[in-house]
Design a protein around this ligand. Structure first.
Ligand code: MIC
Ligand code: SF4
Length: 640
């Protein structure tokens, strides 16, 4: 039996476990990336591990998320990140250099290697044939120190592409089509491998767009082979030496095959409030639009931006629309300035934004009340834009640009046969002057501002659980719901301050209630529906509840990154054995589970009494994870 692309990478990096059976595997990590919103905690945790320097081939710290700098906090974080990078030999990508995933693709990603990033869209690197995975900051800190990264032994699904994209359809539409096929839940533990003759028709930036939105599907990663298109891209980046061919061996077996004819893909849109709520764009024709935002790590490549500039050139943005454009990197921005595209954008009335996450994370550019916002980003969770009642639609860059001019969603087929033909760049102008490369220097001073606090430590898991059901939430609750970003982002380095906003949008009194339970020596318990913890990798969605004394989350199902983060911070991710029990419990119910710790250690049945009902639950964890949980988290356990 031949090996798949994913199988080949995993086999050459396997440190622990078996690929041919279910369970956990541990893999060696070649590269790591962090960004500033998750990075400060990751480096504080790395410092706590007492290592002299990083033990990866390459670790890069990007400053791209919190660049609003309203108040001193963001700037202090940036200074901390720069000083800690110098101390441990981490490469620093300075603010202004671009969004981590776009820059990493341009300058560092390598086919056949592994990349672990403290950001859920790290799989963007799969566009280059890299096995790139998102995780919590603590897992990334462990990998920086040379430790294995653990993930479920994956089910590998082949997406077999044929034909080529036609008309107005682009890579974003393929990404949205995949979401319409697989949905946003129930895909935990799988990895998508793209293959088939259609792959050769897609450029690396297009592949990266598709791999990026695998995060919304909930798979651990999405990986393309490394072929001549990969070589062309790396050559154009002056990095041909980083290229290696990587394809599936004949007879490679997959757990499932999904056939997609690229020629049948049409422009799509994800409607409010889930990336999985996909419809053909033409069905939304005539929808009035108030705001258009083009950029983010999904669609901010030079190709996408040139296409947008071609559509906008010589025209004016509709009077009812505010158009923001954030080119993905400084490299992209400079190329747009050099070829006149930037002038075309500015000339149309577009508001050119920093090469950063910005609008995508609700940091600026929030839409007006009940406004319709068309965005090329990857998430349209309710409230993520910073406006609770905004209606956010996710579309490709051409659909966004056309809507900005017309003031309404337009069936693209009605205005011409095809999107602008943008040739792939033969050379990208390389300028690494905003990257700071430093050898580890133990004498380098680490600079901390007043908002930067030590990550709080947890005690061991309690012998018995005794407390209260502090909140009951529904299906598909995202880590944005648990820990809001946007205006609250500046508290990422200050857990006690940030913890005041846990579940802010769903239940503003949660933090006070849960903190009071903790102070009276009782435990908070969260009850959730399906697919709890979708979206962002932010470990604060576990760390801040931990700070408030939460010891267990009882859900119908969990997403991978969040479940791992809960364990890393000593919170038990319990799954209802009978999903119907979810209906029977309510906020305020007393929760008692005598001897829970011993039961977890022994692997015996777990019973929790909530109100008057005793509920059976399961803990789908490996022996390694149980040990971490019982120790009260990864920093306490011998594994750190
Ligand atoms: C996101 O897109 O939600 C973020 C902001 O990039 C997060 C990371 C974070 O919360 O800092 C992610 O995707 O992991
Ligand atoms: Fe940044 Fe948005 Fe990409 Fe997250 S999804 S890394 S916030 S651009």
């Amino acid at each position: 039996m031949g090996r798949s692309v994913v199988g080949r990478i995993l086999e050459s990096h396997l440190l622990d476990g078996r690929l041919d059976r279910p369970g956990e595997i541990g893999v060696r990590i070649d590269q790591t990336l962090t960004q500033d919103a998750t990075g400060t905690m990751a480096y504080l945790q790395f410092e706590a591990m007492g290592k002299a320097g990083i033990e990866t081939d390459l670790s890069v710290s990007y400053i791209d998320h919190n660049t609003a700098q309203i108040g001193f906090e963001n700037a202090d974080d940036h200074r901390y990140l720069q000083s800690v990078a110098a101390r441990y030999g981490v490469v620093l990508s300075r603010a202004g250099n671009g969004i981590c995933h776009q820059v990493h693709l341009e300058r560092f990603g390598k086919p056949g290697t592994t990349l672990l990033g403290s950001d859920s869209h790290t799989p963007t690197g799969g566009g280059l044939g890299q096995l790139a995975i998102g995780a919590g900051g603590l897992d990334v800190a462990v990998a920086m120190g040379g430790g294995a990264f653990y993930l479920p032994s994956p089910e590998i699904i082949l997406v077999r592409l044929s034909g080529r994209l036609r008309g107005w359809a682009g890579a974003k539409d393929l990404a949205l089509l995949m979401l319409s096929i697989l949905g946003t839940k129930g895909n935990v533990g799988a990895i998508l491998e793209y293959g088939g003759p259609g792959v050769a028709t897609l450029s690396v930036p297009e592949r990266a767009t598709v791999a990026n939105m695998g995060a919304e599907i909930g798979v651990s990663s999405s990986v393309f082979p490394s072929d001549e298109a990969t070589r062309r891209f790396l050559r154009a980046q002056g990095r041909e030496a980083d290229w290696t061919a990587l394809e599936a061996e004949p007879g490679a077996e997959y757990s499932r095959i999904i056939d997609v004819d690229l020629g049948a893909v049409e422009p799509m849109a994800a409607c409010p409030h889930s990336p999985g709520n996909v419809r053909p764009l033409r069905e939304l024709s005539g929808l009035r639009v108030d705001q258009v935002c083009i950029g983010s790590c999904t669609n901010s490549s030079l190709r996408d931006m040139r296409s947008v500039a071609t559509i906008l050139g010589g025209k004016t943005v509709s009077p009812g629309v505010s158009l923001g454009i954030a080119p993905g990197s400084r490299q992209v921005l400079r190329a747009l300035a050099a070829d006149g595209s930037l002038a075309a954008m500015v000339g149309s009335g577009a508001r050119v934004l920093e090469s950063a996450c910005g609008f995508c994370i609700g940091s600026g550019f929030s839409p007006g009340s009940r406004a319709v916002s068309l965005r090329t980003s990857n998430r349209n969770f309710e409230g993520r834009s910073g406006t609770a009642d905004a209606e956010v639609y996710l579309v490709g860059p051409e659909a966004a640009a056309v809507a900005a001019l017309r003031g309404e969603v337009t069936d693209l087929g009605s205005i011409g046969p095809a999107r602008p033909a943008i040739p792939e760049a033969g050379t990208y102008e390389v300028d690494d002057s905003m990257l700071v490369f430093a050898a580890p220097d133990p004498s380098a001073e680490v600079l901390r501002g007043p908002n930067i606090g030590e990550p709080p430590r947890n005690g061991p898991f309690p012998e018995s659980l005794s407390g209260e059901l502090a909140i009951k939430v529904g299906d598909k609750v995202t880590t944005d719901h648990i820990m809001p970003a946007g205006a609250r982002l500046k508290y990422r380095s200050n857990v006690p301050a940030y913890a005041a906003f846990v579940f802010e949008g769903l239940d503003p009194l949660f933090a006070t209630r849960c903190g009071a339970l903790r102070d009276s020596g009782r435990h908070g318990v969260i009850v959730a529906g399906e697919s709890y913890g979708q979206g962002s990798s932010r470990e604060h969605a576990a760390l801040c509840p931990m700070y408030l004394g939460v010891k267990a989350v009882l859900a119908r199902s969990f997403e991978r990154i969040h479940a791992a983060n809960l364990v890393n911070f000593g919170i038990a991710p319990l799954v209802f054995s009978d999903p119907a029990d979810y209906e029977a419990v309510a906020r305020g119910d007393a929760v008692e589970a005598p001897g829970l710790k011993a039961a977890i250690a022994a692997g015996s049945p777990l019973r929790v009494t909530i109100g008057s009902r005793t509920i059976e639950c399961a803990l789908e964890l490996s022996a390694r994870q149980r040990a971490i949980l019982l120790a009260g988290g990864l920093l306490n356990s011998a594994n750190a």
